[in-house]
Ligand binder design. Structure first.
Ligand SMILES: Cc1cc2nc3c(=O)[nH]c(=O)nc-3n(C[C@H](O)[C@H](O)[C@H](O)COP(=O)(O)O)c2cc1C
Length: 402
């Protein structure tokens, strides 16, 4: 065993679960950074219900067979990945942990799992493509001014950079604020205040990463902004240019321009899932944005079975919202997802362990998924999809209109 492997084994002993990472991140990060990465809409009920809903899904094992080593390699949109797990898009990740995008992209490339660069990131799509050339997905919000000139240009840039999958997020029709973020001193529109500066000084790890990586920026948008905008000016630019969520008609335009796999993020209703397929998109994220938008949404896992039944065989389903472990990933796959991604837990890993955090969390997810498959008696992801399950809170197809 080399030193690196021994080091990651020691991390697995000290921080064996996402919640261990979360608690360490809570201790080590400035309050505003932890509140940004961890906080949800309202009183965090949406987050709690995502977790409780996943916890309530039971999978029944079958014994008495010769044990076969579980294989969890996954093909998504025609490309092979080491496991059906990945990193969800995160906007402004540098606020949570400076340099987050670089560390996440490098860890995903090394592990051969998908990394989704959020549009509002500190490295641009071209730079991300040099760090994660084989596994890069790219997420866009709606930048509709001047007939989508920025959004469509970003789409062309993504194709030129070799992005594998384009993700259009549709679950942010209105701007929301998260109370924990607001109480921690993060202002909307964003401004760097003395309160934030003082808070940052309490965290040597956050400050060291900031010294190394620079302050948060919106690098992919640089060509469209005036030279060297301040953070406040960049935030004002984004507010002016963006807003609302993609309409189906707009998605059809992006479908025409983007020739690669197109994925719509934020689907919670079978009728919307059907629309995604009808528009010719190859996939969707079944997601409630990790409980960050509004807390009355259904837990994404509870609508997954109806959506999977609606689009069976016609679209690839990525699940996110609440995934903390390989057991959660197994639950999502058993209920019809092709892969399970995480957002917050990757940020906890950075807050807890710095640059090594994402690789450790990818190990946790994939080792735990393999162990879960082995325990259930499943050697393949196909077998995992067939396990008997109990999911009392699943939305039934007749619970939806249209
Ligand atoms: C700090 C933070 C920023 C996020 N920014 C974006 C974003 O820019 N675009 C997007 O589509 N989703 C964004 N999300 C949502 C994630 O992509 C994902 O849907 C969510 O985190 C999944 O739930 P989980 O955090 O419980 O794993 C963000 C999530 C977090 C935690």
């Amino acid at each position: 065993m080399d030193d690196k492997q021994a080091y990651f084994q020691s991390l697995a002993r000290a921080y064996p679960t996402a919640h261990d990472l979360r608690e360490r991140a809570r201790r080590l990060m400035p309050n505003f950074a932890f509140s940004y990465m961890d906080g949800g809409a309202g009183t965090d009920q949406g987050i709690d219900r995502n977790w409780a809903a996943l916890d309530a899904v039971e999978l029944a094992p079958r014994y008495g067979k010769v044990a076969r080593p579980p294989a969890c390699g996954a093909t998504l949109f025609g490309r092979s990945y080491a496991a059906p797990i990945g990193v969800s898009p995160i906007g402004g990740p540098g606020t949570a942990f400076p340099g987050a995008e670089t560390y996440l992209a490098a860890a995903a490339q090394a592990a051969n799992v998908p990394y989704t660069l959020g549009l509002l990131s500190g490295i641009d799509v071209e730079r991300a493509a040099t760090i994660a050339p084989d596994v890069l997905w790219f997420q866009l919000y709606r930048f509709a001014r001047n007939d989508h000139v920025i959004g469509l240009d970003l789409t062309r840039r993504a194709a030129a950079a070799g992005v594998k999958v384009l993700v259009l997020t549709i679950d942010t029709p209105t701007r929301t604020t998260r109370p924990r973020e607001t109480k921690s001193g993060i202002l909307h529109p964003f401004r760097v205040t003395n309160r934030l500066r003082l808070d940052a000084l309490t965290s040597p790890r956050w400050m060291a990463s900031m010294a190394k990586n620079g302050s948060p920026r919106f690098a992919s948008l640089k060509p469209y902004m005036k030279d060297n905008p301040s953070l406040e000016e960049a935030a004002a630019f984004i507010r002016q240019e963006s807003g609302g969520a993609f309409t189906w008609e707009e998605i059809a335009r992006y479908r025409d321009v983007w020739k690669g796999p197109l994925v719509i993020k934020g689907i919670l209703h079978p009728a919307d899932a059907r629309r995604v397929v009808e528009l010719g998109a190859e996939g969707m994220f079944v997601s409630n944005h990790g409980g960050r938008q509004v807390e009355c949404l259904p837990p994404a896992i509870d609508v997954l079975p109806s959506i999977a039944a609606e689009v069976a065989g016609r679209a690839t389903i990525i699940f996110d919202s609440g995934v903390r472990s390989g057991v959660d990933a197994a639950r999502a796959i058993a209920l019809g997802a092709d892969a399970a991604f995480s957002g917050k837990a990757f940020l906890w890993s950075l807050g807890a362990l710095g640059a090594d955090g994402p690789a450790h969390f990818i190990n946790l997810l994939s080792d735990d998924l393999r162990a879960t498959m082995g325990q259930l008696g499943c050697a393949t992801l196909g077998e995992l999809r067939g396990v008997d399950r109990r999911h009392r809170n699943a939305w039934r197809a007749d619970g939806f209109n249209a």
